[in-house]
Design a protein. Structure first.
Length: 311
């Protein structure tokens, strides 16, 4: 049953005839009469008893009425659900990230997004480095990726957001008092003599740490892909780790933090799969811009991606 034919059929019932129904639908009376005849022909039944002055439903017509009203109600519910997603009263945004950015900046971004859009579910999945993130975007497992902006992003649309400052974190006794320079910084060569706990399986991170990991990774005492394990070992004095300053402040606020010389930084941003983002994804992108990029005007709603850069 075509949706418009169901609408016309129910209108004739509700308005008690063709003339009033046609006026309510803003169509001509002959067009509405033809539509009803078309519906009867397609269904192979007579819907109205036309012998009297007023149209009356036949037994078949009453059965069709139940089906038609159910169809229209289902369509109304579907429209309401779509409207809810568009207005961000429901919906979901799928994000993929690797361990390097799972805490900083992802936690602050999700917190800001949920503060504003508390009816939208945020689904976060993990991936192994930039290649895993791009694979998740291609397959549709995620709509937004958070990754190193210096990594190869193929032809994906991307939005640079910010920079992490990486610092060395170690329990007392790991770094000798005479090792830091007068300003408290550690040179890269001096770090090569310290026992490190890092994740060598993360190729993007390994590339960033190449200058402070000794040849053959001889100063890596634990190769750990689990952040919780890493921080527990660091706090117990097994070795030092390299982490974003913001993460170090959250995970090990009582441990000494050493700046590196030259500074070690990692750039990050959002990577977007092709096509128009969903309303929830567009809202997340706008939130990320407001938190880490150029804030939108107060009270403004998420807008189109008119200034998204391509790395």
């Amino acid at each position: 049953m075509d949706l418009h034919l169901a609408t016309y059929f129910v209108a004739v019932i509700d308005h008690g005839g063709i003339t009033k129904a046609a006026q309510a639908l803003y169509i001509s009376q002959p067009s509405l009469s033809q539509a009803i005849r078309t519906l009867e022909r397609r269904l192979g039944v007579t819907l109205f008893d036309r012998t009297g002055r007023r149209l009356e439903l036949t037994d078949a017509g009453r059965r069709v009425e139940v089906a038609a009203r159910r169809i229209l109600a289902d369509v109304d519910r579907a429209k309401a659900k779509v409207a809810a997603v568009r207005e961000l009263r429901s919906g979901r945004v799928d994000i993929v990230a690797d361990a390097s950015f799972a805490i900083d900046p992802l936690v602050s971004l999700v917190r800001a997004f949920r503060t504003r859009f508390d009816h939208v579910l945020v689904r976060i999945t993990a991936a192994d480095g930039p290649a895993g993130i791009l694979t998740a975007l291609r397959s549709g497992d995620a709509e937004i990726g958070v990754m190193d902006s210096d990594a190869d992003h193929a032809s994906f649309t991307a939005l640079p957001l910010g920079t992490q400052e990486l610092v060395l974190v170690a329990a007392p006794g790991i770094v000798d008092d005479d090792l830091p320079d007068a300003d408290g910084t550690l040179s890269h060569p001096s770090v090569r003599d310290l026992p490190l706990i890092v994740d060598l399986s993360d190729q993007a991170s390994a590339a960033v740490l190449a200058g402070i990991v000794a040849d053959g990774a001889r100063n890596v005492v634990v190769d750990s892909a689990h952040p919780n394990v890493t921080w527990d070992l660091v706090s117990r004095g097994v070795g030092a780790t390299i982490a974003p300053r913001a993460v170090a402040a959250d995970e090990a606020p009582a441990l000494p933090v050493y700046e590196l010389r030259p500074p070690l930084r990692r750039h990050y941003g959002l990577v977007l799969r092709s096509g128009q983002p969903s309303p929830a994804a567009a809202a997340f992108i706008a939130t990320a811009r407001g938190v880490l990029g150029s804030p939108s005007a107060p009270g403004s709603e998420p807008g189109p991606l008119d200034d998204v850069a391509v790395w």
